[in-house]
Design a protein. Structure first.
Length: 261
């Protein structure tokens, strides 16, 4: 009996190790903006919560309608694709499972069923999903590219290093935008209202708790810098805070925005 339990334990450890290894071979996680069992985008903020859970484990996470990194745009198989499905019903119970699939739709990992008995729908869905996510037992995630991918990445890295050395004199005369930015968050009056970012095809729309659309942010080639639609303004991230900066040629205005992505 002891020998059987020992063998069973070894098999379980090997299975978990293989599962962790499989997950480490993926560079990204893609989260949909809506789940089939719920109506509308980000219902109960479940999709943004899914992204939050993976982010906390060190994954590079994108919504399916976001602008993707170049390597992922060229090769969708670098990512796992997350989905949440409802569990079997129960009286006043919310039950959810988290599923990860590869680019061919093959299931890579399925969580245990998480559940919650809370009456508040949003809290219940978050608690059930969190419990399901914890069953993954993902520890120390680290992307480990396959041999051919590693060679390609090294080649790209060598080319970039050579280019950097070749242009060193030019770079010495160039100042990063962050260095010349004269706006400091310490001297700005923060907007105390909380806003929420909803991903759309062209960037984000920013809404308040109503929810009323406050502004629309157009994506740029620069990370964390957005153009405000129909305004002579931009929104950018500095020192961990989102800054709204407007200049119409006659006056300028800058303020800190409390935006939840």
């Amino acid at each position: 009996m002891k020998q059987f339990l020992l063998i069973l334990g070894i098999i379980c450890i090997a299975f978990k190790s293989d599962a962790q290894s499989d997950i480490n071979s993926y560079k990204y996680v893609i989260v949909p903006l809506s789940y089939d069992f719920l109506k509308g985008q980000n219902t109960y903020r479940l999709n943004t919560y899914t992204k939050h859970l993976f982010n906390n484990k060190g994954f590079n996470v994108y919504f399916d309608e976001e602008q993707l990194p170049d390597d992922l745009f060229k090769d969708r198989c670098l990512a796992m694709y997350a989905d949440v499905i409802p569990g079997s019903g129960g009286f006043r119970k919310t039950k959810l499972q988290l599923v990860l699939k590869d680019c061919y739709g093959k299931v890579v990992y399925t969580s245990k069923e998480g559940e919650s008995g809370k009456n508040n729908y949003e809290k219940a869905h978050h608690e059930a999903l969190s419990e399901a996510f914890d069953s993954f037992e993902i520890n120390n995630y680290r992307y480990l590219p396959k041999a051919d991918e590693a060679v390609e990445e090294k080649s790209d890295s060598d080319e970039k290093e050579a280019s950097k050395k070749h242009n060193v004199s030019t770079e010495n005369n160039t100042t990063e935008i962050a260095d010349i930015e004269i706006i400091t968050t310490s001297n700005l009056n923060p907007d105390t209202e909380i806003y929420y970012a909803q991903a759309v095809s062209y960037g984000y729309q920013i809404v308040d708790a109503t929810p009323k659309v406050i502004m629309e942010l157009l994506r740029t080639d620069s990370e964390d810098i957005y153009i405000v639609k129909d305004k002579n303004a931009i929104v950018f991230k500095k020192s961990g805070q989102w800054i709204y900066s407007e200049n119409d040629g006659e006056r300028s205005e800058s303020k800190v925005l409390n935006i939840k992505f």
